[in-house]
Design a protein around this ligand. Sequence first.
Ligand code: NAD
Length: 314
Amino acid sequence: MSNTERILITGASGQLGVELTMHLRARHGADNVIATDVRDNKAVSGTGPFEQLDVLDSDSLAAMVRRHRIGTIYHLAAILSAKGEADIRWTWKLNMDGLLNVLELARDEGAAASTRMEIFWPSSIAVFGPDLPRENTPQECPLNPTTVYGITKLAGEQLCAYYHRKFGVDVRSLRFPGLIGNKSEPGGGTTDYSVDMLRAAAAGESFVCPVRPETRLPMMYMDDAVRAATDLMDADGSKLRVRSSYNITAMSFSPKELLDAIRAHVNGFDVAYRPDHRAEIASSWPDSIDDSAARRDWGWEPKFDLPDMVREML
Ligand SMILES: NC(=O)c1ccc[n+]([C@@H]2O[C@H](COP(=O)([O-])OP(=O)(O)OC[C@H]3O[C@@H](n4cnc5c(N)ncnc54)[C@H](O)[C@@H]3O)[C@@H](O)[C@H]2O)c1
């Protein structure tokens, strides 16, 4: 990577941002990875360049990209599924205008410079609705999301495909399942219960689960998620046949199955179930995902299954 191709991460203080920033800094050198967010997090501001950046401020975003000679943006800033339901208008604004600002900037920079900018933007299994086959949900299917978050991800996928088709913007995307890591707090998603349950077990506390015991969801350990994002960005663009967003998965489990896996390590760990609005969101999402297009086009393969993930987390 030359110094005209530094990386900028938006939403870097979040659950995925912290781990992605740490990984990219180890790989490319701390000075080449500019972490940005509206809030500070010492895990990223203490380990390399950090700047306050509101992704809704398109002028500051453009100025920062030019000042740091950015070649790649990982655009992570968003409001997630469970939190998004509490403020529909704000979720729409942040998730859509933030992405549009990044895509417009990439279009302008691509027209002005000899090298094209590359964008990574995560979508989510929240694009899927309850009308689909729950097992092995295919890459191409009718998308009828049930949350405003899912609606913004579906619209975002279409924007990515549109900017690629119409303006040649090199934007790449993954439909992440629930992400599980232990280096940062989850930020308000429906699958956060899994991280919270693992934390309670590690702390010797009991846990009240907001999702029903039998509801299975696709999930992924954070190391796999970070590797998936960077592998997709490293891939030969001419081989990428999906320019909306790739299905991707690593494992599927229910709260009950997670509890059983935790009990293999922690004796007497106790969980009560009190389903709330997150249980309704969870039951509208697939049990498992068909990620064969990602495997075919850029060689995706997960490394962590449920027992591996639980062992690493605990
Ligand atoms: N965590 C998951 O399970 C999961 C699953 C699927 C997709 N994703 C996607 O991955 C991305 C990152 O998710 P996450 O779990 O790290 O979320 P998170 O909520 O932990 O982090 C989001 C970050 O965005 C920041 N932010 C909020 N408003 C901002 C603004 N105006 N400008 C700049 N930054 C702002 C927040 O301060 C926060 O640090 C999101 O796009 C999310 O939709 C996450």
